[in-house]
Design a protein around this ligand. Structure first.
Ligand code: DC
Length: 230
């Protein structure tokens, strides 16, 4: 898919884990009636599928081959996976655990896997527009996006948010270990060679420690209007 020749607007929202980018991106997509890509879910799905098959998360080539055989569908909040080993399965909850989050960060370092997922991500770019969230949306996957946002918050605030999310879902949660995991994932996501988490040069920075979700959404929408109708 040659995205350079399309005029489909893309809003790329990147940032570290638990920065609130998923929530903000979904709300912006809803307000604009745009499609939504949760690219982190793709890495989570691959980590889950590999785990099911007993594949080592460090095995770059086997992981990439495994990813190519997956059929992934998103239906609203539902994440549906079909593999050569099982018929369609709803894995929405399975991919949201801390273990799979950690696995996603581990498989995401592999360049062959990242390459295998590019086309799948481009396929989300359909009229009337797309809001894409992840780590490399503005730098690698949609470098021509008219609006790029880098959404971040301090590690402590993000750990507290993740802790509350898990508590609300009645999942086991320990603040100290969440904080340590986030620090480990941040370091891996930022320091890897393939598409590391960095702010695109032309992105706007949104610090959300003291910014409500609705203020973050409105800021993104205002910036988008300015970019599109300047
Ligand atoms: O956004 P998330 O927590 O669901 O992402 C899980 C992991 O996937 C994250 O630690 C790094 C990886 N990821 C990535 O490398 N590139 C993306 N575009 C999205 C996620």
């Amino acid at each position: 898919m040659n995205l350079a020749n399309t005029n489909i607007p893309v809003i790329a929202i990147d940032g570290p884990s638990a920065s609130g980018k998923g929530t903000v991106a979904q709300l912006v997509a809803q307000k604009l009636g745009f499609h939504y890509l949760d690219s982190g879910a793709l890495y989570r799905i691959v980590a889950y599928a590999a785990q099911q098959k007993g594949i080592d998360w460090n095995d770059a080539n086997v992981i990439a081959e495994c990813a190519k055989r997956l059929t992934i569908a998103f239906a609203g909040e539902q994440v549906l996976l079909t593999t050569p080993d099982f018929a369609q399965k709803d894995i929405s909850n399975e991919i949201r655990t801390e273990t799979i989050g950690k696995g996603a960060s581990q498989v995401a370092v592999h360049a062959p896997l990242r390459a295998a997922l590019v086309e799948m991500q481009h396929a989300f770019c359909k009229p009337p527009g797309l809001v894409a969230d992840g780590r490399d949306m503005g730098t690698v996957i949609f470098p021509d996006a008219p609006l790029k946002v880098f959404l971040t918050a301090s590690t402590e605030v993000r750990a507290e948010r993740r802790y509350q999310q898990l508590r609300n879902k009645n999942q086991p949660a320990n603040y100290e270990s969440i904080l340590a995991d986030l620090q480990e994932r941040d370091a891996r996501d930022k320091n890897r060679a393939a598409a590391p988490l960095i702010m695109a040069k032309d992105a706007i920075l949104l610090e959300t420690d003291h910014l409500s979700i609705s203020d973050a959404v409105n800021t993104v929408l205002q910036n988008f209007q300015q970019k599109m109708y300047k």
